[in-house]
Design a protein around this ligand. Structure first.
Ligand code: PLP
Length: 405
């Protein structure tokens, strides 16, 4: 077999793989609790379903412009105006197959071989592989103090002549941490001064807790959108619980968006037509599902963090948004891969190893499931790790006795 170097070296998405593992185990009747997931449980908003089925019922489902149907672009323009206070034109917008393809098309459009892309640690698992796929070099930047927030100075120190872009994801997957207004303001200024693209991955921007407003990068940019190297990424996947529709978008300069549209046109010819109409329905429809989801997630966060705080030996920072927590389990096991496997094998709880996000010793624990999944899942983890916990645990219809320690 003669596969390409990239095919031989690219790593599979661990989060997608864990979804498959959990599904396979469930099919076999195993009482799996999936705390590794990255999608809300709620249903697709009815306005999205109605809009999507209308086009399906018409039977007229054809190619669309590669950068999205006019109705979707219009809905995105309105969204950008309403949530960012920014008026942009259709030429500044591209709709893609999820936020993932929007980021991928952007990387293909800006990177030459050896160009570097900086992102803070911990980072979304896909950034390093996506940068490599586009021929670039990923440059993760770690905070000296071990926190989830590198300083702008630390990011500036990592910049060199090959630096083409910075990706910032806030609220963050996997930590749930948000970068402050001051941080975003300084980073926007730094990137503009050095003429470096700043890709703001705002996938979780509407899922922010404790009454905090989301940080709006445009508040700190004095440049016209067509002169700016700021690219803002969003999607319907998380805020509307529509991961399976695969619709995301990017807002940026006409020059960059046009290049991305050419690339996307050759890759996929654009996102699926029914999905685009579903996104139109979601964006133009009643918006209360986002608030309902945020409230549910905030409640889940509180329950999870209470449980984790009562867990001896674990250090956890309360997430400010998204639906992930990233506790430090190194007191129990330094190797997060082994720990995650151990928890899956022994108590059938799925977690994602911190190593995949650039931080050993941590596990990503999601709180987008039900309260019962969260409480039972943490109870099982505690039972597996804490020698002072009772020595029997109900696991579905079986009972496990701690016999391996
Ligand atoms: C930070 C971040 N960006 C982008 C995405 C991809 O979103 P989509 O499913 O719309 O491609 C995800 C999905 O998990 C994510 O966590």
């Amino acid at each position: 077999m003669s596969l390409s170097q990239i095919a031989r070296t690219l790593r599979e998405s661990i989060t997608l793989k864990l979804n498959q593992t959990a599904a396979l185990l469930r099919e076999k009747g195993e009482p799996v609790i999936h705390l590794g997931g990255g999608e809300p449980k709620s249903k697709t908003p009815i306005d999205a379903i109605v809009s999507c089925t209308a086009v399906l019922n018409s039977g007229d489902i054809k190619y669309t412009p590669a950068d999205g149907i006019p109705a979707l672009k219009k809905a995105i323009l309105r969204y950008t105006e309403e949530h960012y206070g920014k008026a942009v034109r259709p030429e500044n917008v591209i709709a893609s197959c999820g936020a993932k393809q929007a980021i991928m098309a952007a990387l293909h459009a800006i990177l030459d071989p050896k160009d570097e892309v900086i992102f803070p640690v911990p980072y979304w698992v896909s950034y390093p592989e996506m940068v490599k796929l586009a021929g670039g070099v990923p440059v993760p930047v770690r905070a000296e103090d071990g926190s989830f927030h590198p300083l702008v100075r630390e990011i500036a120190d990592a910049m060199g002549s090959y630096t083409k872009a910075v990706i910032l994801n806030s609220p963050n997957n996997p930590s749930g941490a948000m970068y402050s207004k001051e941080f975003v303001a300084e980073l926007v200024e730094l990137c503009a001064k050095r003429s470096i693209y700043l890709i703001m991955d705002d996938t979780y921007n509407r899922l922010v807790f404790d009454g905090r407003p989301p940080v709006n990068c445009y508040d700190y940019s004095s440049e016209e959108v067509d002169q700016s190297k700021l690219l803002v990424i969003n999607c319907v996947s998380k805020m509307y619980a529509m991961t399976g529709f695969r619709i995301g978008w990017a807002v940026g300069s006409k020059e960059l968006i046009t290049a991305m549209a050419v690339i996307q046109g050759q890759q996929t010819s654009g996102p699926a037509t029914p999905s685009q109409w579903a996104a139109v329905g979601a964006l133009n429809g009643i918006q209360n599902s986002i608030d309902a989801l945020r409230v549910t997630l905030e409640n889940n966060r509180n329950i999870l963090i209470d449980r984790l705080n009562a867990f001896p030996g674990i250090r956890v920072t309360s997430p400010q948004g998204a639906f992930y927590s990233f506790p430090d389990f190194s007191h129990y096991m330094a190797d997060s891969q082994k720990l995650s496997e151990f928890l899956l094998n022994k108590v059938r709880v799925v977690t994602v190893p911190g190593r995949e996000f650039g931080m050993e010793g941590h596990l990503r624990i999601s709180f987008c499931g039900t309260v019962k999944e969260i409480t039972d899942g943490i109870e099982r983890i505690r039972w597996a790790l804490d020698p002072t916990a009772p020595n029997e645990l109900a696991l579905g219809d079986r009972r496990l006795v701690r016999d391996w320690m």
